[in-house]
Ligand binder design. Structure first.
Ligand code: CUA
Length: 377
């Protein structure tokens, strides 16, 4: 019986090991040959390799608590092993000597854990207060709204704010103060059903939940320019795993240049096919959900991602597929081919996507829409 149980346990442990070694297929389609940003292509999402002051302050707490935990673990289990061996039943007939109460020991095992807790609590509380401080003078302010299943970033520092989706550009070496804004009315018609999400850029800061009805703040900062992968860290529905985003930290001048471009209204298309696409954008009701600033019939709706500068982004669909217009696209043709089914049945590529389906839209019209999207730089 015992060997049977042991074997069952071994088998389970082996399966668990094998499963944990599986590489996740994050594109959500069940196929792996679709081009999408490789999560490990850039800086790995590693909370133990902090790339900014916030992550580093949090990592310092881990560096303090972890060795203490290991020491406690080793001492407790060494003591346990010693007692189990030393006082094991050696077959004596009589009960061993019974001991009750030992004042010195009791004081020791009350005091020592209390001191350990104080040693961990003091720097922890200190760090919590530091991280909850007022934003720095020169901080960049961004309001974050979690939608189903993508992230909206609104830059609020200037009179003319602008929006991006799934791509958070920041200046390296400057604090970015994020407002996780759950105060919007919730409901599919607003693109924000009342579920929780969690904003997590592992190498820049710990997680913070985005909570419907609540407004929460957090700060991030990157020491160096780079591309830092982020993802939703709270199960929120079918495409939770497809709710990725990226923080792109630039040198200051490059960042300002990016901001200046984002604040511009969308370029007017000149190409015939793109002009046709612009017209379709209204007649196929895209404009009812997607804002394009500068579009002649701009509806200012942000149920879906703001597309004003769609072609300047490196990925689409919750950041799971390379954009054919991005600079880092590995296979722009394949990515372009992916935009077609995306426009027709987005939920096939990203389960639970709330974009309406347009199954009957002709190939020619899809081409025109893609041509128009390509002009939105
Ligand atoms: Cu959003 Cu998980």
């Amino acid at each position: 019986m015992r060997s049977c149980r042991a074997r069952a346990f071994l088998a389970l442990a082996t399966v668990a090991l094998a499963v944990s070694g599986c590489s996740a297929n994050l594109d959500g389609t069940g196929t792996s040959n679709i081009p999408g940003p490789d999560p490990q292509r850039d800086i790995p999402a590693n909370a133990l390799a902090p790339m900014g002051p916030v992550a580093e302050a949090q990592d310092d707490l881990w560096n303090l608590a972890y060795p203490i935990s290991i020491a406690v673990f080793v001492l407790v289990f060494a003591g346990l092993a010693f007692i189990v061996v030393r006082f094991r039943d050696k077959g004596q007939e009589q009960l061993p000597k019974q001991v009750h109460g030992n004042t010195k020991l009791e004081i020791a095992w009350t005091l020592v854990p209390a001191l350990i807790l104080v040693a961990i609590a003091v720097p922890t509380v200190q760090t919590i207060f530091e991280l909850a401080d007022e934003p720095a003078e020169d901080a960049v302010h961004v309001t974050v709204v979690a939608k189903q299943y993508w992230w909206q970033f609104e830059y609020t520092d200037d009179d003319t704010g602008f929006y991006t989706a799934n791509e958070l550009h920041i200046p390296a070496g400057r604090e970015v103060y994020l407002t996780l804004d759950g105060s919007e009315p919730a409901g599919p018609q607003y693109g924000t059903p009342p579920v929780m999400h969690s904003f997590w850029v592992a190498s820049l800061a710990g997680k913070r939940d985005w909570v419907p009805g609540a407004i929460r703040e957090m700060r991030i900062e990157a020491y160096e320019p780079g591309i830092y992968p982020g993802n939703c860290a709270e199960f929120c529905g079918l495409s939770h795993a497809n709710m990725r985003f990226t923080v792109i930290a630039h040198e200051e001048a490059e960042y300002e240049e990016w901001v200046a471009n984002q604040r511009e209204p969308a370029a007017e298309p000149t190409d015939e096919l793109a002009v046709q696409g612009q017209e379709l954008f209204v007649s196929q009701t895209c404009v009812a959900c997607h804002n394009i600033t500068g579009h002649p019939e701009n509806g200012e709706s942000r149920v879906g991602p703001d597309l004003t500068h769609f072609a300047s982004r490196e990925a689409f669909a919750g950041y799971i597929f390379d954009s054919p217009f991005g600079e880092s696209a590995e296979d722009p043709e394949a990515s372009r081919e992916l935009l077609r089914p995306w426009i027709r049945h987005s939920a096939d590529l990203k389960p639970g996507s709330q974009m309406p389906q347009f199954p009957n839209i002709s190939d020619e019209d899809v081409d025109a829409l893609i041509a128009y999207l390509g002009t939105l730089e």
